[in-house]
Write a protein that binds this ligand. Structure first.
Ligand code: GAL
Length: 373
């Protein structure tokens, strides 16, 4: 049901984009100050340890500078107090707008109050900032759909589904283990719920089994999206549940960094050989290491979220706000941050695997051939 609704929203967005008119707009944030040409914008990103956030930060900076703004770009290396300090500093420096990809979506409430007192609008970037009324807009991808795509791709890899979504030849039962993202990141729940909306009927009818029995979000979540934590959990699963020769055939992984950790645990336990192939392992972000792994037939798939588009969208949002206009949004109901529904702009995403990476990632100019060698 939920997926159908989201698909309908996406179709609507596409048709609105095609005719270029009647896009949904919302009121400008309270406390808005006009006349901000060339203003300083504060951009905070969670970490440099993941390739995607480096790309996000660089692209947001580039897009804002192309619109004539000055940019203070900060990375917090997944440390909450560091991000808190960076926001305090940016407010002190006199930024006119903040674009924030938070580490813990609930940990910066005081900074946001301070921003509000200083009439600084806030755009939540990729991850929703929770439990604060002082978030004006949200620029992100369709996070529920990402989860749907991850689970769909898992089923395609197992041949339970065909690539066109029709019923495949395989009947199972398949042994699958599930991983989820960081519990302090609102996106992680969206990915999980999206994936479970697809997997549930297959779990119910026994096509898919989870031999560890760990299917609840809390038991499978990986704090701060740490690859090492995922690797350790996979090691533990292999030694506890799969000791007696049982094989794991599929792993739902919500992020490429985790997939790399999971694959290395599998490798050190004898997977990745002709007699014991890797299970179908999913991912997200089309990070270089994972695309290479897909090309090498290790990781099965990833979800491509073109951060060049997200960067452009958030810079355009910032520009509209700073000029006294109204940013375009396309979803004003699904992203409740615990205090309010934040008007959101959701971008589309795509399953990438060994059959289409060339078209999706090389032809689109996201990577060069050399970068994937
Ligand atoms: C999420 C993001 C994913 C992935 C993950 C780990 O918030 O939406 O694309 O990057 O963080 O960094």
């Amino acid at each position: 049901m939920r997926y159908a609704r989201i698909a309908a929203v996406s179709a609507l967005v596409l048709s609105m984009a095609a005719c270029g008119s009647s896009e949904k707009t919302v009121d400008k944030p309270a406390g808005f100050v006009a006349g901000n040409s060339g203003a300083l914008v504060g951009v905070t990103m969670p970490t440099r340890s993941s390739e995607r956030w480096i790309g996000d930060g660089e692209n947001v900076k580039k897009e804002l500078e192309a619109l004539g703004y000055k940019v203070d770009l900060q990375y917090a290396e997944d440390d909450i107090p560091t991000q808190v300090n960076q926001l305090d500093n940016q407010i002190t420096k006199g930024v006119k707008l903040l674009i924030i990809a938070s580490i813990d979506g609930t940990a910066i409430t005081t900074q946001l109050e301070n921003a509000k007192d200083n009439k600084i609008p806030v755009i939540s970037y990729d991850r929703l900032i929770r439990n604060s009324p002082n978030v004006d807009y949200y620029a992100t991808f369709d996070n529920f759909k990402v989860g749907v795509q991850q689970a769909t791709s898992l089923l395609t890899g197992l041949k339970v589904l065909n690539a066109d979504g029709s019923k495949g030849t395989a009947k199972g039962p398949f042994n699958v283990e599930l991983f989820a993202g960081s519990p302090d990141d609102n996106n992680a729940t969206f990915f999980f719920n999206g994936a479970m909306s697809v997997l549930k009927p297959y779990l119910d009818d026994g096509t898919i089994k989870v031999p560890s029995g760990q299917t609840g979000f809390k038991s499978i979540a990986i704090l701060r999206w740490q690859p090492k934590t995922a690797q350790d959990r996979m090691e533990n699963l292999l030694t506890s549940t799969y000791r007696s020769g049982l094989r794991v055939q599929g792993v739902l992984s919500p992020y490429d960094g985790l997939s790399i950790g999971i694959l290395s645990a599998l490798k050190s336990n004898g997977y990745g050989t002709a007699g014991q192939p890797y299970p179908v392992v999913t991912g997200q972000d089309a990070e270089r290491a994972s695309v290479k792994s897909i090309i090498a037939d290790e990781q099965y798939s990833t979800i491509f979220k073109d951060y060049r588009d997200l960067a452009k969208t958030s810079a355009q949002m910032a520009d509209a706000i700073l000029k006294g206009g109204k940013p375009t949004t396309n979803n004003n109901k699904d992203y409740n941050n615990g205090v309010k529904v934040v008007p959101s702009m959701l971008l589309d995403t795509m399953i990438v695997n060994g059959t289409n990476y060339q078209k999706a990632l090389l032809d689109s100019g996201f990577y060069t051939k050399t970068q994937l060698q």
